[in-house]
Design a protein around this ligand. Sequence first.
Ligand code: MG
Length: 271
Amino acid sequence: MIKLLMTLLCVMMMIPAAAGPKNRISRNKMGIVAHRGFWNCEEAGYARNSLAALRCAQEAGFWGSEFDVNMTADDTLIVFHDGKIDGKLIEDYPFAEFKSHRLENGEPIPTLDQYLEQGKLYPETMLVYELKPHSSPEVEDRFVRLTIESLEKHGLLDPKRVMFISFSFHICQRLGELLPDFSVQYLEGNMNPKEVKAVGINGIDYHFSVFDKHLLWSKEARKLRMTTNAWTVNKDEDIRRVIQHKVMYITTDNPLQVRELLKEAKVREVR
Ligand code: MG
């Protein structure tokens, strides 16, 4: 009997608990995602979605760095959070209209190409690519196609290097169809993990209050082999609670603070 148990134990130890890409991690570990890069520091000049903020996140060794992408009328992908710049809807104007805009640290708005050039330099940092919703499914399909082409061009069309998030259900579904090996996380928080998985989307990235309200969703998603992420967790008490929810990743404007609180909770930070 003891011999049989020992054999079983050996076999179990030989099976990797978290087989597959970098984005599947076990329950006593958590990855930190710097929200719009590690912008909240002097070196980045407090500029969200800047090249400096990405570089700071890379240098600090966080698991991932999140950024927002919009598409202009002439099909240029740019890294910028809002749908409008100086009152102009990004998808209605050519890129030339936005060239003179400056971020808080003096940088121009990065194009996706420039951003991916910086992204390439640190293979250990997951690029958490947010596709902002656009005006119609047709425009969003073009956005998804250009996204895939850009990543391919930069040698980054790799599930170990890039994952996707979006509030657009259509974009998530399309990415799920076209790139089934990549982690794609739906952001809206209005569907349970089973419903999301059933339509071909393999992850959820929900506001932390959703995980507070639905205490089983993190566990249910893991059982369905989905990835889980909570946004945007900045206050100590919220960070501590999200750590207890055991999501795989925590998206924050205060990544150094999360690093400290993970140590305090004896949860290993995945890098
Ligand atoms: Mg975002």
